[in-house]
Design a protein around this ligand. Structure first.
Ligand SMILES: Cc1cc2nc3c(=O)[nH]c(=O)nc-3n(C[C@H](O)[C@H](O)[C@H](O)COP(=O)(O)O)c2cc1C
Length: 542
């Protein structure tokens, strides 16, 4: 009799099975079953709803205040500021139309615009709203109350964290992504959590708040306190718990990353109401997703999160846009001008923001030490030889990326401002396109990059960290999206790439490091066939 595979082995099996290869893509339907397309908006019937006010005047912070507020008091906790926090993180950003089709875009991006991520708030009583557990409905910019909460629980929670605030939580509906992407969809759902977490962090920073992720909490506790385990879900459309964070004034340092068992029980025992809408007529069961979700479920932990390094972000060149303006205008480019270029100082300013530093969003949320370095395909940066480069994001480890990749790489210092190195000069435009499932955006952009994660040890120690690696990658992606906009460029996340072909190029033949996400930045070519409408033009109360 053979032993049942361990969670680590199951996680690894999923990872290997969901790699794309030039001659064999990961298993997926291979076509779009339009009649079965999942609704991108979850709504809850039979529960009270509350329309949220729209922002009347954007928060004043400039570009760099997305990362840390330089002055001023934190915004007071009130319905209007909480609504603004949601509008600038998980709200709609625009509608697009082509012919008879119309679709909404959001402040947070999502692979294929399928949006598997749902947001929840656990709010104490504040003026204009009762204490309770609420689902955020971005389509209507409103809250749906799943449970009333006695005010005393709100007071106990604030006492536990020793600061005022509220809780935000994220969940995923895997079917929304697997409808199009099949088995690889689980990865994209995790990327999207990372994007959403960073979007929440940036929006919080503009209010003078920050997120502290409750990293010790088990998934089962999160499911309980959000009432997910008390819900009668439509088949294959259940929400999977991802994370919860305490949102609090940025100046208040929050040390606890857990909730006491009695509080979890008190929240889990509330009377949850509401019926989730059905998203598709006949969802399809991708069994390996259920298996990897189970293998990477997070147990309760007590993991100290090390302090991040203290240093100031690179301030030049800076952007004249406001932080909120940058957030609102973020979009993915579907095509780039192949002649576009940027100065090396802009590239440095962009890459600098991906470094995790103390007191700076989004990594001040505390999801753990940096585990991802960047390998760049630099195509047209004025002042830099085209070629392969690496950015060391401070992933200290016994087996650094440098010793895992080809020994011929030069590792020649390429910046006085950043730990940025030239590995090998060369024209990599065609290589980048080929590696990215033949997508021209990877070669027509000014640069593209691979996010290389310290992989095997991380998931061997704790398989749930598999999901966190994708979250970290998604957070880096969100930074790159906003930084591209800040400097007059545009970015696009790239989830479709040939995993092992990337590893071969870099000379990686073990699982010590794996490429988990790609990204590209360039001068966008607008798609003139599309018409754009304002985000909430469909609501009378706009
Ligand atoms: C995790 C992730 C992977 C993505 N992969 C690709 C990709 O391989 N190719 C592509 O053209 N766009 C890709 N995108 C861009 C999405 O299609 C885009 O975010 C979505 O259509 C929503 O549009 P918006 O970003 O303008 O809001 C990806 C986005 C994310 C978040």
């Amino acid at each position: 009799m053979t032993d049942a595979p361990t969670p680590y082995q199951r996680t690894l099996a999923f990872h290997q099975a969901t790699k794309h290869h030039p001659d064999r893509y990961a298993r997926s339907p291979g076509y779009m079953d339009w009649a079965n397309q999942p609704n991108p908006f979850r709504s809850w019937a039979d529960c009270e709803t509350m329309a949220l006010p729209f922002i009347e005047k954007d928060p004043p912070g400039g570009h760099l205040e997305l990362y840390t507020r330089s002055s001023g008091k934190p915004a007071p906790l009130a319905l209007a500021t909480v609504a603004g926090f949601l509008e600038l993180s998980l709200g709609l950003s625009a509608w697009k139309a082509a012919g008879d089709s119309r679709w909404a875009l959001r402040i947070n991006p999502s692979s294929g615009n399928l949006h598997p991520t749902e947001g929840y708030l656990i709010l104490p009583a504040m003026e204009g709203i009762e204490a309770g557990i609420y689902h955020y409905d971005p389509l209507n910019h409103r809250l749906e109350r799943r449970a009333r909460m006695p005010e005393s629980i709100g007071t106990t929670i604030a006492g536990h964290f020793k600061t005022g605030g509220f809780m935000v939580a994220l969940t995923s509906i895997f079917w929304r992504e697997s409808w199009k992407y099949g088995e690889r969809a689980f990865r994209y759902c995790q990327h999207d959590v990372g994007h959403a977490l960073a979007a929440l962090g940036f929006s919080a920073a503009l209010q003078g708040w920050q997120l502290t992720v409750l990293g010790d909490l088990a998934d089962s506790a999160l499911a309980s306190l959000l009432g997910l385990d008390q819900t009668d879900w439509p088949r294959l459309e259940a929400e999977h718990p991802d994370l919860a964070a305490w949102v609090h004034p940025a100046a208040d340092r929050v040390q606890v990353k857990n909730l006491p068992g009695e509080l979890v029980a008190a929240l889990g025992n509330l009377a949850f109401t509401g019926r989730p809408n059905r998203l598709s007529p006949t969802p399809v069961d991708w069994e390996i997703i259920k298996d990897v979700a189970d293998a990477t479920a997070k147990p309760p932990t007590q993991t100290p999160v090390p302090d991040l390094p203290v240093s100031n972000p690179v301030r030049t060149p800076s952007s004249a846009l406001t932080g909120a303006g940058i957030i609102r205008q973020r979009r993915s480019a579907s095509a780039f001008d192949p002649d576009g270029s940027m100065d090396v100082s802009v590239l440095e300013a962009i890459l600098d923001k991906t470094l995790a530093r103390s007191g700076c969003a989004p990594f001040n949320a505390g999801i753990g030490p940096p585990s991802i370095d960047l390998v760049l395909f630099v195509h047209r940066v004025n002042g830099l030889t085209p070629g392969l480069y690496a950015l060391d994001r401070g992933t200290s480890t016994a087996a650094p990326l440098k010793t895992t990749m080809k020994s011929e790489f030069a590792w020649e210092a390429a910046s006085s401002r950043l730990p940025f190195y030239l590995l090998e000069p060369g024209d990599l435009r065609h290589t980048a396109i080929e590696l990215s499932c033949h997508q021209p955006i990877a070669g027509f952009g000014i640069f593209s990059l691979a996010m290389m994660a310290r992989f095997e040890r991380c998931i061997k120690e704790a398989p749930y960290r598999y999901r966190h690696l994708f979250w970290e990658a998604g957070m880096i992606g969100q930074i790159l999206y906003l930084e591209a906009e800040a400097h007059g460029f545009r970015g696009t996340g790239i989830g479709c790439y040939f995993d092992d072909a990337v590893h071969d190029l870099l000379g990686i033949d073990t699982l010590a490091w794996q490429s988990l996400y790609h990204f590209t930045v360039g001068v966008a070519k607008e798609d003139l066939r599309l018409t754009t409408y304002p985000p909430y033009h469909h609501l009378e109360r706009e």
